[in-house]
Design a protein around this ligand. Sequence first.
Ligand SMILES: *Cc1c(COP(=O)(O)O)cnc(C)c1O
Length: 249
Amino acid sequence: MPTETDLARQYDTVCQEIAAACGACGRSAGEVLLLAVSKTHSVEKVLTVYQAGARDFGENYVQEGVEKIQAFEQLMPKSGAVWHFIGPLQSNKTQLVAMYFDWVHSVDRLKIAQRLSAQRPITQPTHPLNVCLQVNIDDETGKSGCTVADAIELAQAIAALPRLRLRGLMAIPAPVDKTLPENIQRAPFEALAALFKHIKEFLPNESAQYFDTLSMGMSDDYPHAIAAGSTMVRIGTAIFGAREYPPSI
Ligand SMILES: *Cc1c(COP(=O)(O)O)cnc(C)c1O
């Protein structure tokens, strides 16, 4: 079990490595937001990482996430924490997500987007709900995310929904062999970045101005994602340590 000091130190190390990865490709550290992926970890650990400076947290499972948000807000009212839903989303679970989360990175079909928009309470302080379209960037069968071919049309339809704000794209590329050349390791991230630019040109101006997020990069591969233009890295293991076991969904 990592201690509080371990967690704070690991969080600091990741922040420094993000800054170094930005420096290595001529970007400024402020261009990349660190999302601390707290799925399966306790609210106490979330609080420790919050106190070390984290403000954005990622959760994968609806019930666990909602319980953690509620517990955290009890411990730390008006915390300014921002909650991101990043896991697969079934249509019967959209309502809780629309009520409690600030962002959803894993929208991959119109039906889910329509439900989130209809169920987003207009009283939410951060209304509208920020969403990213998840793309199956390496077209692996059986994986979440829309196809590259469907992405433009879907992005246009989602951007038109009244209580959502389409912020960008998200992908979870298949792990690559670390012995391969860097350009090959970066290829799926470069592909998502290229698709992002292409889609932005096809959005009406009033939507394009908010389309600013490339959610890509995890503990194992985030320096490559940053080199390819990531604006949000989703890091779990490198901050919190190994996950014991995912709770049932
Ligand atoms: C779990 C998860 C992460 C974090 O993964 P690590 O390898 O622990 O950094 C990032 N994104 C998504 C969508 C996840 O499900």
